[in-house]
Design a binder for this molecule. Sequence first.
Ligand SMILES: *Cc1c(COP(=O)(O)O)cnc(C)c1O
Length: 369
Amino acid sequence: MSEGTGIEGFIRSNLVSFDGYSARESPETLETKLEVPVESVIKLDANENPYGCSPRVNRALATCPDLNIYPDAGQTELRELLAGYTGIGAEHIVAGSGSGDLIDLILRLLVEPGEEVITCVPAFTMFRFSTRMYGGRLIEISRDKDFAVSVSAVKAAISKRTKIILVDNPNNPTGNLTCQNDILEIVDSGLPVLVDEAYVEFAGETVVPLVSQYKNLIVLRTFSKWAGLAGLRVGYGIFPPEIANYLMKIKLPYSVNMAAIVAVRESLKDIDYLMDNVMAIIAERGRLFRELKKIKFLTPFPSRANFILCSVRDGLASEFHQKLQRKGILVRYFDTPRLRNSIRISVGKPEHTDALIKALRETEEEING
Ligand SMILES: *Cc1c(COP(=O)(O)O)cnc(C)c1O
């Protein structure tokens, strides 16, 4: 061993002080902090689909005969199915174990230690995770006060070391969209540009049709949100075919498991059912926004996704988060240099909104009184 007495000497130097991904606490681990039974927790902290997956998925998985067989490493059926769903050729498509897996794979393909990744913050925290994993430097460009991407600031931040520019659209955690012209102006830099469309079914705007016209535009999608499959892990990317070919070579061969393939097949046979749920969530997003506006401690931001970010008055975000948690309602809390004193609330079913608003009113009274 080179130096010291610990195992650190063997660990890759950029990972010795790596702090990992801060995933949500699960309801089970929160048990002692709750005043309600775990079963009645209302989970509005991870943008999961409150309606669950298609019942066709449950039925097919209950009788799936092929679990002893390795899935197709070439993803032939999966890529064809996704081509049908997205309207672009299968040669553009690569699937992964969630779109998080694809973010990791793309940065693994592109980023060498010391190279730069540009993102517009506040943004999805997986970008930071994977950039650090490969020893890259994350260049964080602040969004403006309405969370719009500053295209000129992004362009000014490009250096010889820049390998990729990442934009969530709609953005997590802020919920706003970046317009196609702004995205294209960034794409015109010629650098690889990744547009993460995890919430596209809730937003209705996509740049997928443009991928075949550019050699540097990448779009990521997922089944976690609209199709209610977060627990099964399946996402996909739409790439220029050259990039897709590289990714097919470097991915782990069986990164998409057999159950996930079955789930995609069945979900795509049940699009009308799933989109009805998406429509219900969109309608509920409108009602939730109007209700949140009436809580005087909160300022909600308009959202095109399945969550609403709120800034909380008087530095009380942490207190709101804690009090809601005790009442069994989980929301996401932010207090970082990029996003002060905020909570992000996933859109649930109407009864979840009712329970949340009631709890928020009680919290408001507790704080006032
Ligand atoms: C939820 C989310 C995803 C989905 O990740 P999966 O790994 O597919 O579950 C991707 N990007 C963003 C911005 C998200 O918020």
